[in-house]
Design a protein around this ligand. Sequence first.
Ligand SMILES: [Zn+2]
Length: 684
Amino acid sequence: MDIYERELFKKLDEARDKVAYLRDIDIGIPAEDIESLEKPLSEADHLLESDKTALARNRLEGFDAAFDRLVDTHFSNLTPRQIDTISRSDQRPTTLDYAREIFEDFEELKGFEANSTDPAIVCGFAKLDNNAVMIVGHEKGAFHEDFRRGGSALPQGNRKAMQAMQLAERFGTPVISFVDTPGSWPLEEYLPAQCIARNLEQQYLLKVPHVSVIIGEGGSGGALAIDVSDYRIMLDKAYYSVISVSGGAAIIARDKRHITNEDMQRAAHNLHLTASDAYRLGVVHQVMQEPKIGVRKCDRDFFPLLKEAIIEGLSAVKTSISPFYIPDSRMANAWQFRRIQIPMLHKRRYKLYRRIGSYHTSITDRVKHIFGELYRIKWIHALFTPVRKSMEIFRRMKLREKEVPLLLQDQLQPKQLTYEDRWVECPNTEIHDCQDIWVPTLFEEYMGTCPNCGYHFRLTIDHYIDLITDSGSFREFNEGIESVNPLQFEGFTEKLRQAKKATHRKCAMITGYAHVSGIPVVVIFTDIRFRAGTLGSAEGEKFCRAVKRAMREKKPIVAVHQSGGARIEEGILALMQMVKTSIAIARYKQAGGFYISVQTDPTMAGVLASYASLGDFTIAEPNAQIGFAGIHVIEQTVKQRKPRNYQHSDMVMGRGGVDYVVKRGELKETIARLLALRKQRGRS
Ligand SMILES: [Zn+2]
C-alpha cells in the first residue's frame, strides 16, 4: 500500500465518521440526505479495494462537495433546540480530552478524602505554557461510561472540585474549569443543594483568577458549582440554562401529558440558552466559534484556538487588576496576584455578578438609593447622627404609645386571604385522627398548626412578618424594585401582571428593617403567592441591597424563605442570581455579619442551592419541604422510589442540612436567643 492509498483510506474513514456523526446528533436531517452521502463512500471503498486510486479519489471529492452542501443547508441557521441536541453529542471532546490536548503534564487528582472519588468530576494540575494551572471539570467519559453518570456530579464530586480549587489557591495557580453537566445528581441523602451553595460562596473567596469554559451542557446549579469564574468562555454549540429543555417544555406545554417536539422547540427558544444569548445578557465574555457541524474529538485544529482563548481570558483578568501587566504566558507566575491585589480581585468578581439581571426601579427608589450611597461616606453619616438618633427616640415613643392598641387591632382585624370562614382538614387526619379545624381559629389561636398532631400548615408571609418581628417595628425598603420579563418568555408578562395585582407587590421579595425582641435587624421575606416565591433578577437585586445595608449598618440578617427555586422564565439571568446572592452573603460574612436563615415550607432548588443554605444558623419548621428538586424528578433520574417524608425538615436535619427544627410557636424566641449570642457592634 503506497502513501497515497493510505491517505485515501484515512480520508474514507474520516468521511464515514462524519456521516455517523450526522446520524448520531439527530437534529432532523432527512434520512435520505444522509443516505445519499453514503453512496459515493461505498463506491470509493470498492474502487480502493480494486486499486483504482484515481477514481476513488474522485468519489471522495464528490463526497466532500455533497457534504459541504448538506452542511450549508442544515447547519447555517441552527435553532436553539438543535444546538441543545448537538451539545449532548457523544463525539464532543470532554474535559479529559481538553486537559490532554491543550495542557501539558496533566496530573489527575482522584480524591481528597475517603468517599469522594466522584468520576463525574475530574481535577488536577497541568501546565499551560510555562505556568501551572488547576483544571477542574465535569467528565462524561467516552461512550457508555455509566459510572460517570453523564457528568452529573455528586455532592462529593463538587466538594472535591472545591478542594482542588483551594489547593490551587495555596500555590497561587489559576483555576480553569470545564463545564459539561446536565445538572447535579439529585440524591438528597448527600445534600446536593447545600453543597452547591457552599461552592458558590467559597469560589467567590478564591484568591486566584478563575476562567471557565462551557464545553457542552451548562445545566443549572450543577454547572454553577464549578463556575463562579472571572472570565467565561462558551463554545457556540453549547447551552447554558436554568432548566433542561424537556423541563421547560413541561412548563409551557398546552397538554402536559403529551409533550410534543414543537413544545421542545418553543421551550428552547424561550429559555434563551444559546451562547449568543448568554453573551448578549452579559453572562459570557467570549463565544468560541466551533466547526460548523460542532466540534468533535478528532478536530485537532480546534484545541489551539481554545488554548489561546483561555490565555486571553487569564490575561484579561490580570490586566483589569494590574493595568501595567504585559500579557505573556511564557513568563513564570504570569497570572499570580500580590496580596494587596486580592481584595481588588474579589471586588471585581462581585461587580461582575452584581451587574447581571434585569429589573425596573421607581424614581423614588433610585433617589433613596443614591442618598443611601452618600450616607455611606463617614462624615456625612456623622453629620446626620444626631438627627437620626432623635428620630429613633421619637419613633420608639410612638411605638410605645401604640403598642397596646396595635396588638388589639391585630387580633380584631382578620388577615386577608387566609382568613376564610371554612373548615380545613389536617393532612394527618388518617394517622392521628385529627378533627377538622375552623380556619380563623387555626390562624389566630394555633398559628397555623394542628392542635392535635402539630402539623404545620403553610402560612403566607404577612403572618410570618407578624410572628417574627416586634409589633409595628417592620419598615420596608426598596419596595420599588419591580420584576420584568427580560427574555420575553411566552405568556409570562401576563402571569407577572396577575401576580402583581393579586399580591400588591412588585416582586416576590420583601426587605426591611425590624426589631426582633428589641434587637434591630434587617429582615428578608419571600412571598410565595408571587410566582411561587421564585428568585429572579428583581429579587436578587433586592436581596443584595438588603445585605449591603445590613453590612453598612452592622446589623444581623434574619431571612425567612418560602420559595420554589430560581425563576425559570428569566432563564440564565435567574441562574446568575444564585451566584449574585451567594456572593453578597459571602462578603457580608467576611465583614463580620451574622445571618440567620429560616427555611419554611417549601424551600426548594435554586434558592436552597444558594442564599437559603448559607446561614450561620439554619432553622427549619417541622414538616417543611426542603429539597434540591421535585420528588418525581429525583425518582425519575436516580430510578429509585423515595419515601414520602424524603424532603421533610426532620430528615434534612438528620442529614446535617439544618441546625434546628423549631416549632412555629418558638420561632421568634429561638431567633431572639441566637441574635443575643452575637455581641451588638452596630453604630446605633
Ligand atoms: Zn393534625
